[in-house]
Design a protein around this ligand. Structure first.
Ligand code: ZN
Length: 648
């Protein structure tokens, strides 16, 4: 939620890497008008939002509030104390829809109904939470900061309120949010922190919207109170809450993935307003380590179902990837803020990777069903079902008992235009490519492209700025041989630190064309990444590809051998899954029959190995771990065989 043009403080932070020439500001004057992202946004308006409203009603999220107006309220419905956030996230998305006129029928009524309910239900002191306000609630307000989610609730309320104020000019939600925030500012002035980070981002936004400094100070305090022993870890260990060491001392992203990424995004917001150098160092270090060791190739974060946790470095199993959809959204929020703090294009590369893969996979093609976790592999015997078939694990579901992801998808889809471009003094930066109209105080641009299906981008100046002005175009890290023309004339296109910048005096009608070649790429894995060693993954542009058995009629997908150059042709899919979608035609080799044994004995090595040798003693597996902490492997790398067969 960084839709307003905010003014960063003087001397805004410059990180060591790829330092920007000036601080970057978000830009609210973008509208997506065509292409895949527009298709997604229309699907959000016409399918996902009506479906979400239906599900919120069916799951009693609205009734949980309205019942509090009754004399003898029925019990709260739902297992979790944070179900109000599903309403707040939806309201945040609706604020964008209502603000730009894209909302469908019935949306305004739902918005008005819920806002009115919130006004009526809010306690006299500003407190608001339909679980804890229940006279029959099993816990009292603020009794269980680790698991109560009360500040997490407030965070989502604030984000909805700020969106409504900015986009619709409606201050009703903002008044509600401020009353609650003021209560919290007083209550938490000296101590206390929430078990689920999220409110940090929201409080910084509330500071930006209102100018009230205490909100920013509280956000900064919440970042720094973690790891100080203020939370009682009743159910989960300290690292689950990122509460085992102070944030600035975290060696690596850890614990519950969504908590971690929301916390880092909130810390990045604090950084944007304060320029705190040690916070910058910590965020940059955590980010770099995460990208180098803990992200799935899809941009998914979190490899453990247990505790919904991130896992160790290189622990990235494919079929058991957790990679929660909410973590994808949180990661984009963190990436965007790091971009604003630094101007570095590399953060936007990750943003894009997440957007088109780990985030997009969370929603069905029809916009009415969702993945909570997003594996990168399904085994042929994995019991799964779709539609009304009985038995097994469903594919995407219409809703969840813990429905954090669906309304998160809704709000993020509704605000995608906020992440297309940004500005700094004297320049516009195009962060993501989409058919869109970009408008700032100085200029208006029309952008047309078939991205991500093709890499041709045309920008036409509709209103030119006075004097020299820069247009900075991101060249993704995967792009090689980008070319650029201005009014048909070639411009040297050697991107520095991921940007191609053209600075000149513009005239209405000027045309800039960027071409990003999109050959098919084959990616391998780091050698420590055991789960995918010896395998490759195909990608084209920002998209990671997969093969489903439906599309491999002559061989099981487990028996396909694909070489680096086996997939070069691209064609357009006609089945309507996504308009214009490009698929890859692969000529794979069928694998020889696998060995019958699960662990076949290896033949003698036949390949020349390096002349030098190093000693190592292997001990029986059952004896490991008796001499203090140390790395351990049962499987070790072998240079010349795979699965008992000679490598070819
Ligand atoms: Zn979620």
């Amino acid at each position: 939620m960084t839709s307003k043009q905010v003014t960063p403080p003087a001397g805004a932070v410059r990180l060591s890497k790829e330092a920007a020439s000036a601080a970057v500001r978000p830009l609210s004057g973008v509208r997506i008008t065509g292409g895949l992202l527009h298709h997604w946004q229309r699907r959000n308006s016409t399918a996902t939002i009506p479906h979400t409203i239906e599900q919120l009603r069916a799951a009693s999220n609205v009734a949980n509030l309205s019942r509090l107006l009754e004399q003898d309220p029925p019990p709260y419905r739902g297992r979790y104390p944070f179900l109000d956030t599903d309403l707040y996230k939806t309201l945040e998305g609706l604020a964008y829809e209502l603000g730009d006129g894209s909302a469908e029928e019935g949306v305004r009524d739902f918005y008005e109904e819920v806002v009115t309910l919130l006004e009526r239900v809010q306690a006299g002191d500003g407190y608001l939470n339909s679980f804890f306000q229940d006279p029959a609630a099993t816990k009292k307000p603020w009794e269980d900061l680790a698991w109560g989610h009360e500040l997490y609730n407030l965070g989502h309320l604030i984000q909805a309120a700020v969106a409504a104020h900015r986009r619709m000019g409606d201050d009703r939600l903002l008044r509600i949010a401020r009353r609650f925030a003021d209560l919290v500012t007083a209550r938490f002035a000296d101590s206390g922190v929430c078990g689920h980070p999220e409110v940090e981002m929201a409080l910084v936004e509330l500071f930006r919207e209102t100018g009230e400094r205490s909100y920013l100070d509280l956000a900064a305090a919440f970042v720094d109170r973690r790891g100080s022993g203020q939370l009682k870890h009743s159910i989960f260990p300290g690292d689950y809450f990122q509460d085992h060491v102070p944030f600035r001392e975290l060696p690596s992203v850890t614990g519950h993935a969504v908590r971690m990424a929301y916390l880092a995004a909130g810390a990045a917001d604090v950084l944007l307003e304060t320029g705190d150098a040690t916070l910058a160092e910590a965020l940059e270090r955590l980010w770099d380590d995460m990208v180098a060791t803990k992200l799935y190739i899809t941009g998914g974060l979190g490899s453990r179902h247990s505790d919904e946790a991130i896992g160790d470095r290189y622990e990235l199993p494919s079929e058991r990837a957790y990679s929660e959809t909410c973590a994808a959204i949180a990661l984009m929020q963190w990436a965007w803020r790091m971009f604003l703090a630094t101007g570095a294009a590399s953060y936007l590369d990750v943003f894009e990777r997440v957007l088109y893969n780990a985030y997009a996979v969370g929603l069905s093609a029809d916009g009415r069903a969702f993945f909570y976790d997003n594996p990168l592999q399904r085994r042929p015997d994995h019991e799964q079902r779709s539609g009304a078939e009985a038995g097994g694990e469903p594919l995407r579901r219409a809703w969840f008992g813990c429905p954090c992801c669906p309304p998160n998808i809704v709000r993020w889809m509704a605000q995608l235009a906020d992440y297309v471009a940004a500005e700094r003094d004297g320049a516009v930066l195009v962060a993501q490519y989409a058919t869109a109209r970009i408008e700032t105080a100085e200029l208006a641009l029309a952008m047309e492209t078939g991205y991500p299906w093709d890499g041709d981008v045309r920008l036409t100046v509709e209103r030119a700025p006075q004097g020299a002005y820069g247009l900075a175009l991101r060249v993704p890290g995967w792009a090689r041989g980008a070319t650029l023309t201005v009014n048909g004339e070639s411009v040297p296109a050697e991107p520095e630190t991921g940007w191609l910048t053209v600075e000149r005096t513009w005239t209405a009608g000027d045309e800039v064309r960027l071409t990003l070649p999109m050959p098919v790429r084959a990616h391998g894995s780091h050698p420590y990444l055991d789960a995918t060693r010896g395998a490759l993954s195909l990608a084209r542009g920002p998209l990671v590809y997969c093969v489903e058995q439906h599309d491999s009629p002559q061989a099981a997908v487990d028996d396909l051998l694909v070489g680096v150059n086996d997939a070069t042709a691209a064609s357009t899919r006609q089945d309507g899954l996504a308009p214009g979608a490009v698929v890859l035609d692969v000529q794979a080799h069928p694998a020889p029959p696998p060995p019958a044994e699960l662990y076949p004995e290896l033949p003698s090595p036949g390949t020349a190995l390096p002349g030098t040798k190093v000693p190592a003693t292997f001990v029986p597996y059952f004896l490991w771990g008796n001499r203090g902490p140390a790395a351990m492997r049962v499987w070790v790398r072998t240079p010349d065989t795979t699965n008992g067969k000679k490598a070819t």
